[in-house]
Design a protein around this ligand. Structure first.
Ligand code: HSE
Length: 311
């Protein structure tokens, strides 16, 4: 018998992870969005409600990240039935934690479970990407791919994306501090220069390669030395009050590296487990000194991506 109603959960993400602009991201345990989807006789995609946020998000499917992902899926598959969804936001809006991506991913994973012959996750990736584009104005995958697959994920290519889960050294924790301010992804992308100095490209390339090599070989010293984003972070950090002090607080308390999660304003730090609490306290205090209260999470780099949680 056909499944009539399904709920899927998709985790929040750090994407990009500093040095991998638009291509490298990882999941955050415990925080995420849920989407319930049910078959309807009426064709098309409808959004019955959005909970978990006081902000008004569009209920028109073509203007909503989850709705647009499903429009793209329904069109490509010529779905013989309509889909009605309800979105429950667990990820703060405009936080840099991949909220728009998570809604799009949860929507396609839930709708996929309604199909008589469900698709593979790699086939769902492109539909979710179309949803993310509604929110940020461009197609990028550094939030979508880890939210879908789980773990630290590198994506190569846009038209025919390939993804690779990168191993993370055991015991690594990610400290995330979200100051209470809203950051528009479109605006944080608009301010970026369109040209980059060759020397910065060389430095950034070396750092990305070094970071990945460090992850594959459990070389924490290499990860620490390679963590620096020399292209995007210097441009965006001016949008986050106190960023320099927060980063300094993380580094002086033992972080391996610290940068902006996605478009910000959440700031994240990687560290060994024993340092996580001290780093978290110091980062929150540094934001407080700039009159910003914060939420925070300490997360393992979870390897579990989006999944059906109720059907
Ligand atoms: N990689 C994107 C950015 C993530 O940093 O602009 C935000 O969607």
């Amino acid at each position: 018998m056909a499944v009539e109603k399904v709920t899927a959960f998709a985790p929040a993400t750090v994407g990009n992870v500093g040095i991998g602009f638009d291509i490298l991201g990882h999941t955050v345990r415990a925080v995420g969005d849920r989407v319930s989807a049910r078959r309807s006789a009426e064709p098309g995609i409808r959004i019955s409600g959005i909970t978990g946020t006081s902000a008004s998000l569009p209920l028109e499917a073509e203007k909503n990240t989850a709705g647009m992902a499903l429009i793209s899926m329904a069109t490509a598959l010529s779905l013989p039935f309509g889909v009605e969804i309800a979105i429950d936001k667990g990820i703060p809006l405009g936080s840099g934690l991949g909220g728009s991506a998570a809604s799009a991913v949860a929507a396609v994973v839930a709708a996929n479970a309604l199909l008589d012959e469900p698709l593979s996750k790699i086939e769902l990736l492109k539909f979710a990407m179309q949803g993310e584009a509604v929110a940020s104005g461009s197609v990028h995958v550094d939030n979508i791919a880890p939210s879908l697959f789980g773990g630290l994920v590198l994506t190569v290519g846009i038209d025919h994306p390939r993804t690779k889960q990168i191993p993370v050294p055991p015991g690594i924790r990610c400290v995330l501090v979200h100051p209470h301010m809203f950051m528009s992804t479109r605006e944080a992308r608009r301010i970026l220069r369109k040209t980059v100095d060759l020397s910065d490209v060389v430095w950034q390339t070396a750092n990305l390669a070094g970071f990945l090599a460090g992850c594959y070989t459990n070389d924490l010293a290499m990860i620490r030395d390679a963590f620096e984003d020399v292209i995007i972070e210097p441009q965006r950090s001016q949008l986050i009050p106190g960023f320099k002090a927060v980063k300094q607080a993380a580094m002086s308390n033992g972080a391996l590296g610290c940068s902006i999660s996605g478009a910000g304003p959440t700031v994240f730090a990687w560290c060994e487990e024993a340092y996580a609490n001290g780093i978290r306290i110091a980062m929150v205090e540094a934001f407080a000194e700039h009159d910003l209260a914060s939420d925070y999470w300490v997360s393992a780099v979870d390897t579990e991506g989006a999944r059906v949680v109720e059907s």
